[in-house]
Design a protein around this ligand. Structure first.
Ligand code: SF4
Length: 216
C-alpha cells in the first residue's frame, strides 16, 4: 500500500474546524481554501494585514518589536496578519515558510521513519569555529539545553533527540512534556501538529561552542 502523501495527512488533520501548529491556527473555508492567523488573533473580527501566500516568509522573519527571528520555532511569531491559502498545496507552502521543514519531519514521524541524532554526535562532527562545542561538559549541557530549548521563551519544538548514545535525556531540567508530541508547547492545551526537533539546531551548537570558549 502506498504511504500517504503530506497533502493527505494534512487534509485529515484539518478535517475539523481548526488546526493548530506552533503559534498558528488554520481554518478551513467553505470554498475549500484555508485561512491562517496567529493563535492570539484567532477571535479577531478583522486584522490589519492580509499577506499574500508568496510573502509569508516576511511574517516569519521579524517579531512584534521588529527584531530578527533566527529561530523560526521560537515563540515570538508576530501578530496582526492573516494569509489565505487557496488549496492544500498552498497551505503546505505557507506553513513551510513559517516553520521550515517541520511538516516533512512530522510526516516522517507519523510514518515511523523519523531518524534522530544524539546531541553528542552532532557536537562531535563540528569543525572550524564550532569545533570547541564537543568539549562542553554534561553538566553545562544540562543547563544550556534547558535555557536554550525551553518552550516558555526559547523554542516550541518537541525534543526527540537524546543527549548521547546511551539515551540520556536531553536535559534533566526540562519538564517531561518537552519530549511529548501530544503536548501543546505553547501552553494553550490544544491538540496540535507538533513541531518536532530530530537533531540539535545550529543555534544550539553555536551556543555550546560559545559556552566552552567563555569557560562556562
Ligand atoms: S535544538 Fe531544537 S528544540 Fe532546541 S532550540 Fe534548536 S530547534 Fe529548538
Amino acid at each position: 500500500m502506498n504511504e500517504p502523501a503530506l497533502e493527505q495527512l494534512l487534509e485529515s488533520e484539518v478535517a475539523g474546524a481548526e488546526l493548530f501548529i506552533g503559534e498558528v491556527v488554520v481554518r478551513r473555508h467553505a470554498n475549500g481554501g484555508f485561512e491562517l492567523r496567529h493563535r492570539d488573533d484567532s477571535a479577531a473580527a478583522s486584522l490589519p494585514e492580509e499577506v499574500p501566500p508568496s510573502r509569508t516568509i516576511e511574517i516569519a522573519k521579524f517579531d512584534d518589536a521588529g527584531k530578527y527571528r533566527p529561530l523560526r520555532t521560537a515563540p515570538t511569531l508576530r501578530r496582526g496578519w492573516k494569509v489565505v491559502a487557496s488549496d492544500t498545496a498552498s497551505l503546505i507552502a505557507v506553513l513551510d515558510a513559517l516553520y521550515p521543514a517541520r511538516l516533512a519531519v512530522w510526516r516522517a514521524w507519523r510514518l515511523g521513519r523519523l531518524a534522530t541524532t544524539p546531541l553528542r554526535d552532532t557536537l562531535n562532527r563540528q569543525s572550524g569555529i564550532y569545533r570547541a562545542a564537543a568539549r562542553i561538559s554534561d553538566a553545562s549541557l544540562d543547563e544550556l539545553v534547558r535555557n536554550f530549548c525551553r518552550s516558555d521563551g526559547g523554542c516550541l519544538r518537541t525534543i526527540f533527540w537524546r543527549r548521547d548514545r546511551t539515551g540520556e535525556v536531553a536535559s534533566t531540567k526540562l519538564p517531561p512534556e518537552k519530549f511529548d508530541p501530544a503536548h501543546d508547547q505553547t501552553g494553550r492545551g490544544e491538540k496540535c501538529i507538533p513541531l518536532l526537533c530530530q537533531e540539535a539546531c545550529g543555534l544550539l551548537v553555536s551556543a555550546c561552542a560559545e559556552a566552552v570558549k567563555s569557560g562556562r
